[in-house]
Design a protein around this ligand. Structure first.
Ligand SMILES: *Cc1c(COP(=O)(O)O)cnc(C)c1O
Length: 490
């Protein structure tokens, strides 16, 4: 097997092992780690199609985390993908009308972030042992709602690790917020900020490149890492479920193995869809990726014109986990399709002008977006046709796919990636289905959704409004750095 190293997107001379990349999270120069080459699958699609989710995970992960032993990897996989998931399939695929739906919300926080954040803590502790780490790892995480909870849940009570999560105080759904502020575990901390996701993400990324801050905390025994999708340990486990989706579609009789599929992904930070793109580069037969955005459609414009321009209004939408204007992982795609020199140039442009230009319009990723009205209409359309309730993010991907199909008449079998349970966004989902939700408590909304969807309230959110609020701090977006110092050095 080829040994894979991780190089910087802005400097190809930065080169570390997989375990080091996971520990660091991000390069010292602010660039991201990418594998020095994309490994090809070393078994046939037929062979891989017969594997369980865990065995498939091993076949993919071993190609990327080449400094982990077989025993270490299997141990991580077994601990991650166990009864925490409410189905042994881990990521089931169901056919609904003209699409297959890849359900990625069967983990502990009922959003797709669980797919990677269930395993990242095990990668992290394995990597720390491997590299003789003698410091306490502090995971800094900016969240648009779902990463925060999934990371808190994944890292709660993990020895040698502290986790601090920053979420936009008024930019997440009520259930998302409750999930975070009721998190147990002495090593966990969730903080609301007066700002949006981009503010939180920029502040956290700045800390990773702040040499004096890092040095100061290092002397006190702390090192920083990230649980955001800038961490390669998030990206790699996400590749697995694209292969899984393909094989389940074949099993369902929707495709023959070898045939191409289309993939529609509700996109924010571009981490999920990028993992799909890695799967494609490894040998998964994909014709088109539909990069689905909500009203914050900076990526739609980018894939249509080659101009990325973040200088625009920021909207809080009913798909809050996609309310992002600076999509971090696009940097990896740019580097893969151009060079470190070009990537550095465009990232400098983004920093200085809020805008850059690089033409990726010829690639197989196509940008489409759904307005707020189209998102609601997609929820009711799916329900009316199939009695199946999708969440607001999945609805964006479903609506974007329908627009793509209308534009191109491309009838290639399509998988829509479903990133959250509708229970996480119960109110907006019910409103889209024409229900009156004024002044109705969360618990009542969930009961109503249970009636409508015929799917039981998932255990992780059942009774959530009665849990004790543990994390109450709200800070200004400019005070993130001071807050971290105070928290760790007190
Ligand atoms: C995080 C998230 C997204 C966006 O995923 P990216 O990897 O950031 O593009 C979409 N939907 C839901 C429900 C999410 O939690």
């Amino acid at each position: 097997m080829t040994n894979i190293n991780y190089i910087g997107t802005r400097d190809k001379n930065i080169s570390v092992t997989a375990s080091q990349a996971i520990l660091k999270g991000i390069c010292d120069d602010g660039g991201l780690f990418i594998p020095n080459e994309i490994p090809l699958i070393d078994k046939t699609l037929e062979e891989l199609s017969k594997l369980s989710y865990k065995d498939l995970a091993y076949e993919i992960l071993k190609l990327y985390l080449t400094d982990f032993t077989e025993e270490e990897l299997k141990n991580c996989i077994n601990k991650a993908y166990d009864q925490k998931f409410d189905t042994p399939d881990i990521a089931p695929v169901v056919k609904k009308g003209d699409v297959s739906i890849l359900e990625l919300f069967h983990g502990k926080t009922i959003a797709f972030k669980d797919m990677a954040l269930s395993i990242l803590p095990y990668f992290m502790t394995t990597a720390a042992n491997k590299n003789g780490m003698d410091k306490k790892i502090v995971i800094l995480t900016a969240t648009s709602g779902d990463t925060g909870k999934a990371a808190l849940e994944g890292f709660a009570n993990v020895e040698g690790i502290n986790i601090i999560v920053f979420f936009p105080e008024t930019g997440v759904s009520p259930v998302q917020k409750l999930q975070m502020v009721t998190q147990k575990g002495d090593n966990t901390c969730a903080v609301g900020i007066n700002g949006n996701f981009d503010d939180a993400q920029t502040a956290v990324k700045t800390i990773f490149t702040d040499e004096s801050m890092k040095k100061e905390l290092n002397e006190k025994g702390f090192v920083f890492s990230s649980a955001n999708s800038i961490n390669i340990g998030r990206l790699v486990p996400q590749i697995v479920y694209y292969f899984n989706a393909y094989f389940r579609m074949a099993e369902n009789g929707d495709i023959k193995i070898g045939e191409k599929i289309n993939v529609s992904v509700p996109t924010g930070n571009f981490g999920n869809i990028l993992a799909g793109y890695f799967a494609y580069k490894m040998g998964l037969p994909v014709k088109t990726f539909i990069c689905a955005s909500n009203k914050n459609n900076v990526l739609t414009d980018f894939f249509n014109t080659g101009v990325y321009n973040k200088n625009r209004e920021f909207y809080v939408t009913k798909s809050p986990s996609m309310d992002i204007l600076v999509s971090s992982n696009i940097e990896r795609l740019i580097c893969m399709l151009s060079s470190q020199e070009k990537t550095k140039e465009v990232m400098d442009d983004l920093k200085n002008k809020g805008e850059y230009n690089i033409d990726l319009t010829k690639d197989i990723i196509k940008g489409y977006f759904a307005s707020e009205e189209e998102t609601s209409a997609a929820i009711s359309d799916m329900y009316n046709k199939n009695k199946y309730v999708i969440d607001t993010h999945t609805a964006v991907a479903y609506a974007a796919y329908q627009k793509y199909k209308k534009d191109t008449s491309d009838n290639t079998p399509c998988v829509v990636v479903s990133t959250a349970s509708p229970y996480k966004f119960a109110k907006d989902v019910l409103i889209s289905l024409g229900k009156n939700c004024d002044n109705i408590e969360i618990s009542e909304l969930m009961k109503e959704l249970e009636k409508v969807s015929n799917v039981a309230i998932p255990a992780p959110v059942d009774g959530i409004e009665k849990r004790e609020i543990i994390h109450k701090t709200v800070i200004n977006k400019y005070d993130i750095k001071d807050f971290i110092k105070e928290k760790l050095l007190k």
